[in-house]
Design a protein around this ligand. Sequence first.
Ligand SMILES: [Zn+2]
Length: 154
Amino acid sequence: MRCPFCGNVDTQVKDSRPAEDNVAIRRRRFCPACGGRFTTYERVQLRDLVVVKSSGRREDFDRAKLERSIRIAMQKRPLEPERVDQMISGIVRRLESMGDTDVPSKVIGEIVMETLARIDTVSYVRFASVYKNFQAADDFDKFVSELRPGTVGE
Ligand SMILES: [Zn+2]
């Protein structure tokens, strides 16, 4: 695995352990060239997903990209990193088990929102505000006002 800091390809695994309730293996890696440390995860990939954008453009599904958008929405929220990883794995498994390798980006956004709504309302509102690209503040207020306690969740 190439070092993300200096590009050296000869990095060492210092520690491997099961993560996310045994659906992943977490490896701590060390780069002898620059002293950098980083973590990789090994996971089962059931199928290679392709994201179909609303423009019709297609690109390979990128778990890291999905994870970044979710982590931004969850910034400073009191959620265990492990729980967030589990949540993301759950989303990916849902996508992989939908029966088609082509997944519209809209469907991914909806599954993420549905999942966030169950876990953390604040993160949900943040994600949804970006995802739905609310142009007018009025729309956003209306949206938030619809998120009264008890209206979000199961
Ligand atoms: Zn390095």
